[in-house]
Design a protein around this ligand. Structure first.
Ligand code: ADP
Ligand code: GLC
Length: 480
């Protein structure tokens, strides 16, 4: 097949979260399976530091409201069958941040991502290799399916490709003032509650959900959850209407990146049948974080965006209770200032037990995943979640709330003792997380069982082949 992906983040070029990992790995997997694959993504300032794309002789000239948008296209071919098309528009993307700076979102994100979506559609239409499916991700490219339909209806695009939208997170919808709709140069008729509009505003994710030929989300359980008022972020009615076109497909893991042997981020290789390197990774992590290097102290930790989605308040609450036990805790993350402050203050109050790094550091995330005994992921909601899968591969036992992709990827003792690899809890409260952490302490006291959990986790297979096959079916028009 021939597939064009469009995404605002792409590993290894740009990343704020799992979207980048997922699109990067999907593209690799499609190309390796022999599909002609393209990915269109913005050329952010930070990319130039480590990558050297080449300019294509292709200058677009597109309408953007009453102005013109004239981006360049730069490309890289990281492997056979795979081309990355970077949209070079310095006025929008030559900035330090992807969506904003430390204090706020950029005020022109509507314009930046409508412009980007137009460039993506232009490629989809005029690339010589003629994609058969255009696969867009999240609100940033949510306008693409409608732009494609409109060009088919009014601008002579005969038989445009099939459009597929993946919802990575329904909580971020790209909601802007309705005046911004003028930037789309689309007929006014779409700006109504059956189309682009929700609650009087322009909603880009909703636009994608209404107009895409097929919709997917990143786990089977989240696909069900978003049809309910609790998780539907006010779009549950629409999700239920489009149920027949919606498929939940669990993300895979790029095991070339997340491997415990031959990984430049890990000083001590290890494997399911030889966990010595894992013990050394723990000692090294304890030392790096300024904690006592001691294998007999259980080491908990987390890595992630410090957003309310991730249950940071639960971690803070549970730790207040648990830090009286012999244990250590480390965290790496960046996000909402109140969570950063609270975590740093916890570390100040418990310098011998807690250390927190505020920042984004890919290499360190590998060292933490490998060195921990237990990874905390008590999310309020979690469309898929990749960190718990990375934990499993690194022999770290995830402690997760039973929601979304966390439920689909972790096995609790009560579900099946033979293949148990993590600890799940239900209630969204610090108390429930603390109770799960106490179970972890019991497990830690039984080394044979702990090894059973670790080995089970390391042997789980979330490789991309299964995930890619499910997407191929969606591209071809098949459903579940
Ligand atoms: P989400 O996409 O909701 O943020 P995921 O678990 O799907 O959650 O993916 C998060 C990805 O981002 C993982 O690859 C994780 O390691 C990475 N990540 C998040 N925060 C940081 C950070 N501060 N430093 C390094 N990597 C991070
Ligand atoms: C989103 C979700 C996360 C998911 C990731 C990749 O950021 O929050 O759960 O793993 O996208 O699909």
């Amino acid at each position: 097949m021939r597939v064009l992906l469009a995404s605002s983040e792409l590993h290894p070029y740009s990343k704020t979260g799992g979207l980048a990992d997922m699109v990067g790995a999907l593209a690799k997997s499609l190309a390796s399976a022999g599909h002609r694959t393209g990915v269109v993504t913005p050329l952010y300032r930070g990319i130039w530091k480590h990558h050297f794309p080449k300019r294509l002789d292709w200058r677009m000239d597109l309408a953007l409201g009453d102005r013109r948008f004239e981006p360049e296209v730069w490309t890289l071919e990281p492997q056979p069958n795979l081309t990355v098309y970077f949209i070079h528009a310095p006025e929008y993307f030559d900035r330090d941040g992807i969506y904003g700076d430390a204090t706020a979102s950029y005020p022109d994100n509507d314009e930046r991502f409508i412009a980007f979506s137009k460039a993506a559609v232009h490629l989809a239409r005029y690339l010589p290799w003629q994609p058969e499916a255009v696969h867009v991700h999240d609100w940033q490219t949510g306008l693409v399916p409608l732009l494609m339909r409109d060009q088919a209806a009014r601008d002579g695009w005969v038989a445009p490709p099939r459009s597929v939208l993946t919802i990575h997170n329904l909580a971020y919808q790209g909601v802007f003032h309705r005046k911004s709709y003028a930037l789309a140069n689309l007929p006014a008729a779409y700006l109504n509650p059956g189309g682009v509009e929700s609650h009087g505003a322009m909603n880009l994710l909703k636009t994608g959900i209404v107009f895409a030929d097929a919709i997917t989300t990143v786990s089977p359980r989240y696909a069900v959850e978003i049809g309910t008022p609790e998780y539907g972020e006010q779009l549950d009615g629409l999700i239920r209407e489009r149920r027949a076109e919606l498929t939940g497909i669990l993300n895979g893991v790029d095991y070339e990146e997340w491997r415990t042997v031959g990984n430049s981020h890990l000083a001590f290789p290890f494997a399911a049948d030889d966990l010595h390197g894992k013990a050394n990774s723990k000692l090294a992590l304890q030392a790096e974080m300024g904690l006592l290097p001691d294998l007999s102290i259980p080491l908990f930790g987390t890595v992630g965006r410090l957003a309310s989605q991730k249950g940071v308040d639960l971690i803070l609450g549970a730790l207040e209770e648990m830090l009286s036990c012999p244990m250590q805790f480390v965290a790496l993350g960046t996000g909402q200032p109140e969570y950063q402050t609270a975590l740093l203050s916890l570390a100040r109050r418990h310098p011998d037990k807690v250390n927190v790094r505020i920042g984004f550091d890919g290499a360190m995330s590998h060292r933490i995943e490998a060195g921990l005994d237990f990874f905390l992921m008590p999310s309020r909601f979690e469309p898929c979640g990749l960190n718990q899968m990375y934990s499993l591969r690194y022999g770290t036992v995830p402690i997760v709330r039973r929601t979304g992709g966390l439920d689909n990827s972790v096995v609790d003792y009560r579900e099946d003792p033979d293949i148990a690899n993590g600890i799940k809890f239900d209630e969204y409260s610090g108390r429930a997380l603390a109770k799960a952490m106490r179970k972890a302490l019991v497990l830690f006291g039984q080394p044979a069982w702990l090894d059973h959990y670790r080995r089970n986790g390391m042997n789980v297979d979330f490789s991309w082949d299964r995930t890619r096959l499910a997407y191929e079916r969606v591209y071809q028009g098949g459903g579940r």
